[in-house]
Design a protein around this ligand. Structure first.
Ligand SMILES: [Zn+2]
Length: 339
C-alpha cells in the first residue's frame, strides 16, 4: 500500500506551501506544473511561499509531451508540484514518478479523485484510461481557492464521487465471478466517499465552504482507497469505461466526473441499485443527468454503452455480464431519462 504522508486542507493554506514542501524533506528547487490561468491567479503567493526557488512549467494538455517538458525542467529539482485542476496534477504526477522525485498535489479545483490517487490520465499512451504512477507524498488543498473555481468543477467532482457506488459493485462482481482480489476495507472507504454526496446532496448542493471541504476530503479519501487496493478498482467500474469511451467518441465534450455521474445512473439500474436516488443526488448538486446537458448526442451515449467494455476487456464489470445490444442500450438510456 502506498499513501500520501501529509495532507493539509483549509482556507488560505496555499500561502503555507513552502513550509509544507520543506517539511516533506525537500529544500532545493521545486518545479511547479500549472495551467496558464492558475499561474496567473496564484503564482505570486506560491512563488513567495517557496522563496523564489521555483521553476514554472506551463501545462497545456495532459499528454506525454507535457510530461516530458516537466521531466526536463525537473533534472536538478528536489520535487515536483502539480498545481491546478486535473491536467497539471496528472502531468506532474507522472513526471515525478518517471524522475523518481517526491510529488506534491495542490488542487485548485475538486473535479475528480486524481488529486490523491496513484493514477494519472495522460493522452498519447497506448490506452485511454489511467496509468499507474505513485500517490502524491503530500496534498495541500486550499478550500478558498477551490471554492472560487467554476461551480461546474465541484459538481463534476460529485459525479466522480457517486461513481464509487457502481465501481465497488463491479469489483464485488469480478470477485464473485472471476475470483479477482477484493479488499473490503478499500471498498468501504470508497463507498463512504460516495455516501458523502448520495446522503448529503441537498446540503452539498449549497456549495458552502463546509460542502467544498467535504467534497475535497471525500475525493482525497477515494484516491487513498485506490492506493490501499493497489488498483483503481474501488474507484472505477463500468461507469468509468463508459466515460472513457465517450472521451474517444467526443473528445473534450463533458467533464470526466459529469460523464461518470451519468454512467452511474445507468449502471446502477443494471446492478438493481437505487438509480433514481443517484439521479436526484446529481440533480441536487447541479451535475448533469442527461446526454443533452453534456452536449452529447443520443447516438454517442448508445454507442458508448455498447462498446465501453471493449476498451478494457480484462476489467470485468456489469457490462461484461449483461452484454448490451444497441436495442438494450437504447432502452436503458431512455428508461433512466439519460436520452
Ligand atoms: Zn474518476
Amino acid at each position: 500500500m502506498e499513501f500520501p504522508t501529509r495532507i493539509l486542507i483549509g482556507r488560505g493554506v496555499l500561502a503555507r506551501l513552502g513550509d509544507f514542501v520543506e517539511e516533506g524533506g525537500t529544500k532545493k528547487k521545486a518545479v511547479v506544473a500549472a495551467g496558464t490561468r492558475v499561474h496567473e491567479k496564484v503564482s505570486e503567493v506560491v512563488s513567495s511561499s517557496l522563496n523564489g526557488s521555483v521553476e514554472w512549467v506551463k501545462v497545456t494538455a495532459a499528454d506525454i509531451q507535457n510530461v516530458e517538458r516537466v521531466m526536463t525542467a525537473a533534472r536538478s529539482a528536489s520535487c515536483i508540484i502539480g498545481l491546478g485542476g486535473g491536467k497539471s496534477v496528472d502531468v506532474g504526477k507522472l513526471a515525478a514518478f518517471k524522475r523518481d522525485l517526491p510529488f506534491f498535489s495542490v488542487p485548485t479545483s475538486a473535479s475528480h479523485d486524481g488529486i490523491s490517487s496513484p493514477f494519472a490520465s495522460i493522452k498519447g499512451l497506448d490506452r485511454p484510461y489511467s496509468v499507474k504512477a505513485k500517490p502524491p507524498v503530500g496534498i495541500l488543498a486550499d478550500v478558498r481557492v477551490i471554492s472560487s473555481a467554476p461551480r461546474r468543477l465541484l459538481s463534476s467532482g460529485c459525479g466522480d464521487l457517486v461513481s464509487k457506488m457502481t465501481a465497488v459493485k463491479d469489483w464485488q462482481l469480478a470477485h464473485e465471478v472471476q475470483g479477482e482480489y477484493y479488499g473490503s476495507y478499500a471498498a468501504s472507504l470508497a463507498l463512504m466517499s460516495a455516501a458523502v454526496v448520495l446522503e448529503g446532496s441537498k446540503k452539498i448542493g449549497e456549495f458552502g465552504m463546509d460542502s467544498v471541504r467535504d467534497i475535497v476530503e471525500a475525493l482525497i479519501s477515494a484516491g487513498v482507497a485506490a492506493g490501499i487496493a493497489g488498483s483503481s478498482r474501488p474507484c472505477s467500474g463500468a461507469e468509468h469505461l463508459f466515460s472513457h469511451y465517450l472521451d474517444l467518441l467526443a473528445p473534450g465534450v463533458g467533464l470526466h466526473g459529469e460523464k461518470c455521474g451519468v454512467g452511474t445512473i445507468m449502471m446502477s439500474k443494471l446492478h438493481g441499485l437505487d438509480w433514481e436516488g443517484v439521479r436526484s443526488a446529481l440533480e441536487h448538486v447541479k451535475a448533469p443527468t442527461t446526454a443533452s446537458a453534456m452536449d452529447l448526442k443520443e447516438e454517442q451515449v448508445v454507442e458508448a454503452l455498447v462498446k465501453a467494455s471493449s476498451i478494457r476487456p480484462e476489467r470485468y464489470t456489469i457490462l461484461s455480464r449483461n452484454k448490451l445490444s444497441r436495442e438494450k442500450a437504447l432502452r436503458l438510456a431512455k428508461s433512466t431519462g439519460v436520452i
